[in-house]
Structures are given as structure tokens and as C-alpha cells.
Design a protein around this ligand. Structure first.
Ligand code: NDP
Length: 254
């Protein structure tokens, strides 16, 4: 199979699997964090699970960047893409896991599927940006698509960080239970961290104006819409005084 055919097969395979994953996850919530439960095989420490699962998404693009031809490597636009990507993934792989408090052990199947997804997704995005697509010209920096995409990406990043910050400070050292989060977008929805993450990858699709970017946004929605609905149900089940006006993921809508 030629490189191009392998790439296309993987890309369209990713679209099909994302479209199947969403209905599956609506019925079966991924068994980690508050939805941890038995029956999913051996488990490992959740901090280690997060690092193993997310490290490829930070390291693979660096490897592909170093191996790329000079014309792509010297493009300041691609460097800007790499900075944005690492802003998210360096934090997610090497900082976020150590900021968490508590956390039940994670079934091994979660990091294994996470690693497979991250290897495929980073390859699809970065092989496209560094090899398949002709280098973005410097004029891309003033393109409305780039400017709008960066604004959405950074807005999403800020929402994700702020919302995770609130969650990560709900527990005192040694605590493992759940509390009602307040402040920021928690006034309106149960999972603003997921909304922020979704906005980041929608912004990425727009700022790179690429099909693999759009497929990544689709995957993020396939993962996080069902999980936000499950978290929202869990909050309402746990807390009788849960603010009734809150929605799950999208203010006033969902
Ligand atoms: P959660 O919101 O479930 O949990 C985040 C952290 O906060 C965990 O350490 C959790 O502990 C703790 N926490 C959550 N709610 C409460 C509460 N009410 N009271 C006390 N502590 C709480 O997020 P995830 O773990 O699912 O995801 C973490 C990050 O990874 C998010 O930023 C998310 O956007 C991102 N992510 C991205 C995905 C993608 O497809 N791109 C997929 C999944 C996550 P505990 O673990 O014990 O529940």
C-alpha cells in the first residue's frame, strides 16, 4: 500500500470509527475517573495512565518535525502550529497528570486505546502539515481563518485550564470524593473543561483549515459529548441541591 493510500485509509477509518464511537459511549461511559468500575480487566495507577496515554501526542509531532524537509521545517506558520499544539499537549502529558488529586486506578484498556488514538491522530495531523500539504506561506498569519481559529483555540484553552483549575482545587490533599464546582462557566454548565477542549480542536481545524484537523474535532466531540452527559447525570444523582439551571456542555442548549 503506498504512503498516500495508507494515509487516506487511516483518515477515513478515523471518521467511521468516530461516528461509531459516539453512540457506543452514549451507552457505555468510559470507565475512568468518577465512572471507574470493575469488569474492564487489569488496572494501573491513573497518573501513570495519563502520562503514558498523552505523551505520544506531545513527542510524535516533535519527531515528525525533526524528520521533515527543510522547506516545511523553516515555515514560521508550522512553528506557530507546533507551539499551539504543545501548549495543550505538553501540559496534558507532563503537567496535568501530576496536578490531579485522588483518582481511582484506571483500567489498562483506557491508556491502551488512548495511545492508539494519539498515535493515529498525531500522525494524521502532522504528516499532513509537514509532508502532504505544501508549506503554508507567511501570509497565512493574516488569513481570517488563521486569526479566527487561533482566537477559538486560545479561548478554548483558557476555558479548559480555568475549569480544570477549579476542579483540581475542590479536594484537599488526601480527599477522593466529589463536590459541586462553582465559578466561571460552572454557573451555566457541568463540564466547561470539556467545552474548552472541544473549542480548542474546533479552533485547530479552522486555523489549519485541514481535514485531519476537522476529524480531530469530530473525535473530541464523539468522546466528550457522551462523557459530559454522563457527568451531568452523575452530579444530579449525587447532589439533591445541584443547581437546576445548569446544562451539561453547551450553555442553555445541551
Ligand atoms: P474530569 O472533569 O472528569 O476530571 C478532572 C479532574 O478533576 C480529575 O482529577 C477528577 O478526579 C477531578 N474532579 C472532577 N470533578 C470533580 C468534582 N466534582 N469534585 C472533585 N474532583 C473532581 O475530566 P477528565 O479526567 O475526563 O479529563 C481531564 C482533562 O482531559 C480535561 O481537561 C478534558 O478536557 C481532557 N480530556 C480530553 C479528551 C479528548 O477527547 N480530547 C478526552 C478526555 C479528557 P477523578 O479522576 O477522581 O474523577
Amino acid at each position: 500500500m503506498s504512503g498516500m493510500n495508507f494515509y487516506d485509509t487511516l483518515l477515513y477509518g478515523f471518521i467511521v470509527i468516530a461516528l461509531c464511537t459516539m453512540p457506543y459511549l452514549l451507552r457505555t461511559t468510559a470507565p475512568y475517573g468518577r465512572h471507574s468500575r470493575g469488569g474492564f480487566g487489569p488496572r494501573l495507577n491513573s497518573t501513570l495512565g495519563w502520562v503514558l496515554m498523552e505523551a505520544p501526542a506531545s513527542l510524535v509531532p516533535l519527531g515528525l518535525f525533526l524528520a521533515a524537509d527543510d522547506e516545511h521545517k523553516r515555515s514560521p506558520v508550522v512553528l506557530a502550529f507546533l507551539l499551539l499544539w504543545q501548549l495543550h499537549y505538553f501540559h496534558r502529558a507532563f503537567i496535568f497528570p501530576f496536578r490531579r488529586r485522588g483518582g481511582a486506578p484506571m483500567p489498562l484498556v483506557i491508556p491502551l486505546t488512548g495511545i492508539l488514538f494519539n498515535l493515529g491522530n498525531t500522525y494524521l495531523n502532522w504528516h499532513y502539515l509537514l509532508t502532504l500539504r505544501s508549506p503554508y506561506p507567511p501570509g497565512w498569519f493574516t488569513e481570517p481563518r488563521f486569526l479566527l481559529g487561533v482566537a477559538v483555540f486560545l479561548g478554548g484553552f483558557a476555558i479548559n485550564q480555568h475549569s480544570d483549575f477549579i476542579l483540581l482545587h475542590l479536594r484537599r490533599p488526601g480527599e477522593t470524593g466529589y463536590k459541586i464546582p462553582y465559578g466561571g462557566l460552572y454557573r451555566l454548565i457541568s463540564c466547561p473543561n470539556y467545552l474548552g477542549e472541544l473549542l480548542e480542536w474546533v479552533g485547530w481545524a479552522v486555523l489549519t483549515w485541514s481535514l485531519p484537523g476537522a476529524v480531530f474535532a469530530l473525535w473530541t466531540a464523539a468522546n466528550l459529548v457522551p462523557r459530559a452527559l454522563a457527568h451531568h447525570r452523575d452530579y444530579k444523582r449525587r447532589f439533591r441541591d445541584y443547581p437546576p439551571e445548569r446544562r451539561a456542555l453547551i450553555p442553555l442548549v445541551l
